[in-house]
Design a protein around this ligand. Structure first.
Ligand SMILES: [Zn+2]
Length: 281
């Protein structure tokens, strides 16, 4: 980041991230110089823990409704750096359409498969972008946690993975003439009771883990600006239906990474010097 023109400030923010922390009596961070840059490993780690905890709270809140959950992954063909921003935009628009009523109109022959929407009670949608250095292309995709009525699996509203794939890809993917494009994929699986925590963690993980990409300096210099541009101004996590309602009632904003504002009582201040945190008096 230090070697990228115009990224000097970001690089300094990352370098200094978390060197000052102020904790309340419960150990919560109430003040800090955490940088909140999207690519900061420390801030990403904190964010994924926070989203994980908040999502668990939402699921507990919804418990009385007796919902079942699906893990749905929506993908589109890999794309070049030049197309990534547009592809992400399309992915967001298209998935919002899939979860709302405006996917296919009544006159459309695909509308007869849209009954599944009666059972989809809520969706938590999270963006992930991976990069393939061998092909030099990007793979934006969405992880979704879907709340359904328990009767979904045996009822009339059930859709198979193949049907959902058809609805997701529409006419571009085969059934009505065009050659199928194998890279359009939809993966859907039921989340068993004991696997729910793993599924939440999968959805809560951060959008890109650039420093896990195992690139050399030249690779990073190429990839970071592309990812930054594609993600700029995007809400990485969005809620629909019962998830959105629950978050509103619980006053949870999954995209807000500020500390708890009110600190009552005494705090302890720490600063990171010479490889250790030391209390500052
Ligand atoms: Zn940071």
């Amino acid at each position: 980041m230090q070697e990228l023109p115009g990224w000097e400030t970001k690089a300094r923010h990352l370098l200094e991230c978390g060197t000052y922390l102020e904790l309340d009596a419960d150990g919560h961070v109430v003040k800090s110089n955490l940088c909140r840059e999207r690519f900061c490993p420390m801030c990403q780690w904190r964010r994924s823990l926070r989203v994980y905890g908040q999502t668990q709270k939402i699921l507990s809140f919804l418990e009385p409704q007796g919902l079942a959950y699906l893990h749905l992954t929506l993908t589109i063909p890999n794309c070049s750096a030049a197309d990534l921003k547009a592809q992400c935009k399309w992915l967001f628009w298209r998935s919002a359409a899939l979860f709302s009523d405006r996917l296919y109109g009544k006159s459309d022959q695909l509308s007869k498969f849209c009954h599944f929407k009666r059972s989809f009670k809520g969706v938590l949608r999270s963006l992930e972008i991976t990069y393939n250095p061998d092909r030099d292309d990007y793979h934006p995709h969405l992880h979704c946690l879907v709340a359904v009525r328990p009767s979904y699996f045996k009822g009339r509203d059930y859709v198979s993975q193949e049907t959902l794939r058809l609805l997701w890809t529409g006419y571009s993917a085969g059934m009505f003439g065009d050659p199928p494009d194998g890279l359009w994929q939809v993966y859907i699986s039921r989340i068993k009771e004991g696997e729910r925590n793993n599924a939440v963690a999968e959805v809560a993980k951060y959008a890109v883990k650039p420093f896990h990409m195992d690139l050399d300096i030249e690779g990073y210099k190429k990839v970071l600006p592309v990812l930054h541009e594609a993600m700029a101004g995007r809400r990485l996590i969005q809620l629909f239906g019962v998830f959105a309602d629950a978050a509103r009632q619980l006053r949870i904003n999954l995209n807000d990474d500020q500390e708890a504002t009110s600190s009552q009582g005494p705090t302890r201040k720490f600063s990171y010097v010479g490889g250790h945190y030391r209390e500052v008096f």
